[in-house]
Design a protein around this ligand. Structure first.
Ligand code: PEP
Ligand code: MN
Length: 371
């Protein structure tokens, strides 16, 4: 079921409507010089929208929490001297008023704020009656409803120039990504709200600059609308997110290397081939996870059988399993042949895992009467 939001094009005069919409700039505004140097370099590369965090949500106190309002005149200067549009993160009512006072053109709501409906509602109430593009980052946790809820709150306040920013999701598991992209979530967002522009944030997904190219390409192959990429005149010296920022030059290379493919269908409501493949990847990953869990149980059974001196193979049990699975498979439109092959392979793998458990320590035990 798709959700009806009242969405109008972002429409920034002078900014091309071709994909991708590009937003670039440092994670944080640090000094007037850093803001201006980066801005001039980006403007020279053809960038039209400049991002810079003024207030930074930091996990621990005493980290650099942004320069605060004193950085806003620098953004105003960027606008005046380069002609770029400016964008910054707002997390509360004061931020909104301050940013607007200095002519910031686009406001975004950060991942931590999107996760808090009270904060989003307060920002929505403040924005009522204004005409400014608002970009909403996904919440830190992989909860699409929370993301949609924030979009609805802002849209209900009369903001129609809306976009979503996908910056990946925080996860306890170790992974190469700083924030797991879980591509199926923005794809689902696209399915639920087909006319909502979705901008990908490869910097915060990756957490490291060498992954930005691939993630940006993936974003384009999945037919998303834009990219927001952190760029700094001297990335290694950045006061926040140093590892994931690129120089304006490197950014230009990344953008030039992007291959823009056509969606294989004209209808934006339909999923593209790449989107469908992402869904297949997700299911295949899930299948492997389930196999892993199934084998862990098989090993527990192995331990039990070892302790109770029971043989691994009990033919009656295997026949019952296979018949049950084939009947279930039939109901799901899967052929007997397929179900039998799959479950024979699973059964064999389970036996291998159990055998390994049964044999653990057996070499020292060679002369015992257990086998
Ligand atoms: C940022 O864009 O610098 C930022 C803090 O992002 P997020 O809210 O995605 O963590
Ligand atoms: Mn950042």
């Amino acid at each position: 079921m798709s959700i009806k939001l009242n969405i109008e094009p972002i429409n920034l005069p002078g900014v091309s409507t071709d994909r991708p919409l590009v937003i670039a700039g440092p994670c944080s505004a640090e000094s007037e010089k850093q803001v201006m140097d980066t801005a001039f370099d980006l403007a020279n590369q053809g960038i039209k929208i400049y991002r810079a965090g003024i207030w930074k949500p930091r996990t621990r106190p005493n980290a650099f929490e942004g320069v605060g309002s004193k950085g806003l005149p620098w953004l105003k200067k960027v606008k005046e001297e380069t002609g770029m549009y400016t964008a910054t993160e707002v997390a509360n009512v004061k931020h909104v008023y301050e940013a607007l006072k200095f002519g910031v053109d686009i406001l975004w709501i950060g991942a931590r704020t999107t996760a808090n409906p009270f904060a989003v509602q307060e920002i929505a109430d403040t924005l009522r009656g204004m005409d400014i593009p608002i970009f909403i980052k996904n919440p830190v946790n992989p909860d699409i409803e929370l993301w949609i809820g924030a979009l609805e709150r802002i849209n209900d306040a009369g903001i129609t120039r809306l976009a979503a920013i996908h910056r990946g999701f925080s996860s306890y598991d170790k992974s190469v990504y700083r924030n797991n992209p879980h591509w199926q979530i923005p794809i689902e967002l696209r399915r639920r709200i087909p006319n909502l522009p979705i901008i990908i944030d490869p910097s915060h997904i990756a957490g490291r600059r060498d992954l930005i190219q691939d993630i940006s390409q993936r974003a384009m192959d999945l037919n998303f609308d834009g990219l927001i990429i952190e760029s700094h005149c001297n990335p290694d010296e950045a006061w926040s997110d140093a590892k994931q920022q690129v120089t304006p030059n490197a950014l230009a290379c990344i953008l030039n290397r992007l291959v823009l493919r056509h969606a294989d269908v004209d209808n934006k409501d339909s999923l593209t081939l790449e989107e469908l493949r992402t869904q297949i990847d997700k299911f295949d990953d899930e299948i492997l996870d389930i196999f892993e869990k199934r084998m862990q149980i098989a090993e527990q059974i192995g331990t039990f059988k070892k302790e109770h001196n029971i043989t691994i193979l009990q033919t009656g049990r295997w026949d019952t399993i296979l018949n049950k699975r084939m009947a279930m498979g039939n109901l799901k439109g899967l052929s007997n042949d397929f179900v039998e092959k799959i479950f024979s392979a699973i059964h064999q793998e389970s036996i291998n895992h159990q055998t390994k458990i049964m044999n653990d320590g057996i070499s020292e035990d060679m002369n015992s009467d257990k086998h």
